[in-house]
Write a protein that binds this ligand. Structure first.
Ligand SMILES: Nc1ncnc2c1ncn2[C@@H]1O[C@H](COP(=O)(O)OP(=O)(O)OP(=O)(O)O)[C@@H](O)[C@H]1O
Ligand SMILES: [Mg+2]
Length: 872
């Protein structure tokens, strides 16, 4: 064997470094391992291949002891955040392996350890986190018929749980998951139908990654984090779920995580439920065209000034309230701001100075904050007295008073930051330059030594010139040789003996003397000491802030809510909104309502307002007909959005309104394919309808837009009608139903509570004018061909379609005649398909004809038809 090895020149052992790598990698199979080597993080083997592809960086090789080189790629340590962000967004998990001892002290290979694992649900880097967006980790655990889910956003410290029982538990838990849209889901233990759950999550949250987590069985984190409200949690499953989540977070982040200190229950009964479909269809936070914010309700309402406000707005948007008095509380606050422009402006100015407190606190907690974060924190704390003052003067009661009470001043921390941190500190925390003069005596002394060097050097230079008589002698400094005495070549003969030569240049020689070296050591050690001392002082300040984390978090949360209320007022002012009344007598009444998004997007047209009345009795379902492009879909979404806005506590675009909160808004809008998950258009549509029929109550609002469109006319129409009947008789939810199945109009006379409305148009010659007015009564025309023409379909096609429409209308009449021949149809137009033309048509083998043959044949047929029909 040894001989063999020798002959081929092959070694079988990896180098010690590669062995060390493999040992670490062995523990982190699921992660991409970023292995620190000097100034780089390197990836090896399959990790390198994956990362080089995903990050578009060069794949190289490194000799590792074996014959073949090891695939390798790397990124410089100072730029690592950007690369990690990219991989995290693509759903990878990353382990960061650092050198944990100073290479100088190392015996053999430097010790390395994984210091943290970054996953989409536990990331804290600002390169990944979006300002206006929570980044949640979710944890699922099941026990018998109980399914519990917990959520944590470790970047803000928010932590919540929800539990559902029985048969619908999966749907209920998924509702919460789709609302909070976690970036990562972990499942602990066995969960029934886990496969199905993950499929559903993959469909609706393609960015989210999911996996299993083997939690240990003992509790070690729950009490530590939630000591204050720990006793409230007796339920084993809740505790177990949250505990497993905390364990996972600690395993990854490896820090105390004191920012997680409050656990709240998600009360399903306190909020309107919006499922993933509704959130998507109503374009609440993402538009359907590119997934961006433009054209969403969020964009229209977002005048927030702080990151906390932006996140809170989104939370409110995805969980509108049910409780009348809570909604009124928000409305009242908006009203106060709306009435007082000066207050609005003053608050806005102050809020603009407030940084992302919640995320800075988390960074401070895990030790990744720098002195610039402290500067932003200081600037934020400095405006708090102004904000509190304004609220005290203008808002003596209600929600605003309450928020004001939750805003602290944090005076001692502010004082420390003001005294301690300079105005423009550097990015790094290891190189000094952060602490103000006057904050620490010892530091000031060290600075004195370091700064007085110039003076000392000048004196030294003069003295040595005098002693040696070399007039051109200079004292200087460079990084390699430190301090030196430079003597030009011409004067070298004058150099005294005790000068020690260090470097020869073209025109000069450089020397050192012991006194200069001593001085150098003193300065350099002063500089080093400054760096160490500043780092120590910085950490002391950090500790002080950490001790106030809970109180500052409370301030941050109050600021978030305040910012949203102010944002509502600004939106109401800019867009001319009114305060909707609220009722609990099952009525939705809107006078001159407008679509909040469409009204802002229209450029040449002005938005035509429309009224709405829905109640629980004679008008609980509206069947909406009207031409294509008339505005049916817009109107229905408008109603849903206004109700939702009202329940958020926002003002709404209308002249007058009284709204009864709904428990859910269901939507079934347009056709959307889900080919990626193997569901056809029609299957998706029917799935959504099935969900609605299963979960809607009489307190829900249902928007059905062209249900049944994805299949054949008669199948579709039958389904549509059956759905309408079921909702009307069994569920009794308030419903808006837009359809081109004009046959459904007759339901008004058959079913109680159904009313027909249509969108009015005016025919002008061959043209139609869209009036955009919703009027009572149905219509039986779609003007689809007209819209097709507007869209630019070729003239020939449009003309052909018109001909065909005439034919089909004729056929319909014939069919109608065949089923029940009413008298007035006796004079129905004779069918075109008669006599020999019809025979010729039937004889044709269309499938084998070329277009030219077909056209010729068509021409001949037309000629014949003319002679037969007698027309010209
Ligand atoms: N009230 C309104 N005032 C002004 N413009 C409107 C109004 N309602 C709708 N529109 C405009 O008309 C366009 C078409 O509206 P919408 O999509 O609601 O029509 P539709 O009746 O649902 O058509 P289809 O039957 O083809 O689905 C909208 O994109 C908008 O630009
Ligand atoms: Mg439509």
């Amino acid at each position: 064997m040894a001989a063999e090895r020798k002959r081929t020149g092959m070694t079988t052992a990896y180098t010690p470094m590669v062995q060390q790598y493999l040992e670490v990698k062995n523990q982190h199979q699921d992660e991409l391992l970023f292995f620190r080597l000097g100034d780089f993080y390197e990836l090896f083997f399959q990790d390198a291949i994956t990362a080089s592809k995903e990050l578009n960086i060069t794949l190289t090789g490194r000799a590792g002891g074996l014959e073949d080189k090891i695939p390798m790629c790397g990124v410089p340590y100072h730029a690592v955040d950007g690369y990690i962000a990219k991989l995290i967004r693509k759903g990878y998990r990353i382990a960061i392996c650092e050198q944990v001892e100073d290479p100088k002290d190392a015996v053999g290979i430097v010790k390395r350890e994984v210091i943290k694992i970054i996953t989409p649900g536990t990331v804290l880097s600002s390169a990944v986190l979006e300002d206006g967006h929570n980044q949640y980790l979710a944890c699922l655990r099941e026990e018998g018929e109980d399914l519990c889910v917990s959520f944590a956003d470790i970047s803000t410290g928010e932590c919540q749980w929800y539990m559902a029982h029985g048969n619908s538990r999966r749907e209920f838990v998924l509702d919460q998951i789709f609302r909070l849209q976690p970036a990562e889901i972990i499942a602990v233990g066995a969960i029934e139908d886990w496969e199905k759950i993950t499929t559903s999550i993959m469909q609706k949250l393609p960015q989210c990654i999911s996996g299993k987590f083997a939690a240990s069985d003992h509790e070690s984190y729950f009490t530590k984090h939630f000591a204050s409200n720990c006793d409230a949690y007796k339920n084993d499953l809740v505790r177990g779920t949250v505990e497993a989540m905390l364990e996972y977070v600690h395993e990854n982040v490896k820090a105390d995580l004191a920012q997680i200190n409050k656990l709240t229950a998600i009360a399903r009964d306190s909020f309107m439920i919006l499922d993933a479909t509704a959130i998507r269809n109503l374009e609440l936070v993402r538009n359907m065209s590119d997934g961006g914010k433009k054209g969403t309700l969020l964009a229209v309402l977002d005048y927030t000034n702080t990151a906390m406000g932006a996140r809170r707005l989104r939370q409110w948007l995805e969980a509108p309230l049910l409780d009348l008095s809570k909604i009124k509380g928000r409305q009242e606050a908006v009203g106060v701001f709306l009435e007082n422009l000066n207050l609005r402006d003053a608050l806005t100015e102050n809020l603009k100075n407030i940084t992302d407190l919640e995320r800075i606190l988390s960074r401070i907690e895990v030790g990744s904050a720098n002195a610039r974060d402290m500067v932003s924190l200081r600037a934020s704390l400095q405006v708090l007295p102004n904000i509190k003052g304004l609220l005290r003067d203008f808002c003596p009661q209600g929600l605003l008073k309450n928020l004001s009470q939750h805003i602290g001043l944090h005076e001692s921390i502010l004082a420390t930051l003001e005294a301690g941190i300079v105005d423009e500190p550097p990015f790094t925390i290891r190189e000094g330059g952060m602490i103000r003069t006057g904050y620490d005596l010892e530091l000031d002394e060290l600075h004195d030594i370091a700064q007085n060097n110039k003076e000392w050097m000048q004196k030294f230079e003069q003295r040595i010139k005098d002693q040696s008589g070399i007039k051109t002698l200079k004292v200087g400094f460079n990084k390699v040789f430190g301090y030196y005495i430079e003597v030009s070549k011409g004067s070298v003969s004058l150099v005294p003996d005790y000068f020690i030569r260090k470097q020869t240049l073209v025109n000069a020689e450089r020397y050192i003397v012991p006194e200069l070296k001593e001085f150098e050591n003193k300065i350099l050690s002063a500089k080093e000491k400054i760096q160490q001392l500043e780092y120590y002082l910085f950490n002391k300040i950090r500790q002080e802030i950490r001790s106030a984390i809970v109180e500052i978090q409370e301030t941050a949360r109050a600021i978030g809510s305040l910012d949203v209320l102010l944002s509502f007022a600004v939106a109401a002012f800019k867009n001319n909104y009114i305060c909707p009344e609220l009722n609990n007598n099952q009525e939705i009444f809107i006078k001159d309502g407008r679509h909040p998004v469409v009204e802002k997007l229209l450029e040449r047209e002005i938005f035509v307002p429309n009224d709405t009345l829905l109640n629980s009795s004679e008008q609980r379902m509206i069947i909406l007909t009207g031409p294509n492009m008339a505005g049916k879909s817009t109107y229905m979404r408008q109603v849903a959005l206004l109700v939702l806005m009202a329940q958020m506590g926002s003002y709404i675009p209308a002249r007058q309104a009284s709204i009864c909160p709904v428990d859910r808004i269901f939507t079934r809008v347009g056709a959307s394919d889900d080919l990626a998950t193997g569901q056809s258009t029609f299957m998706v549509e029917m799935n959504e309808v099935a969900q609605i029929l299963k979960y809607a109550t009489k307190h829900s609002l249902i928007i059905l837009d062209e249900v049944g469109r994805g299949t054949s006319t008669y199948d579709g129409m039958s389904i549509a009608r059956a759905v309408v009947e079921f909702i009307n008789e069994k569920i009794k939810a308030k419903t808006l139903f837009a359809t081109h199945y004009h046959e459904l109009i007759e339901l008004e006379s058959l079913l109680e509570g159904v009313k027909n409305y249509s969108v009015a148009v005016k025919e002008r010659g061959n043209d139609i004018v869209f009036l955009r007015r919703i009027v009572p009564g149905g219509t039986d025309r779609s003007y689809g061909i007209h819209v097709a023409q507007l869209a630019g379909l070729p003239k020939k096609v449009v003309e052909r379609a018109e001909d065909l429409l005439l034919e089909y209308d004729g056929e319909k009449i014939m069919t109608a005649t065949a089923i029940a021949p009413p008298d007035n149809f006796a004079t129905a137009e004779p069918s075109l398909f008669s006599g020999s033309v019809s025979k010729r048509l039937l004889d044709m083998d269309i499938m084998t004809m070329t277009p030219l043959e077909a056209l010729n044949e068509l021409y001949k047929l037309q000629e014949e038809a003319r002679t037969e029909g007698g027309s010209k």
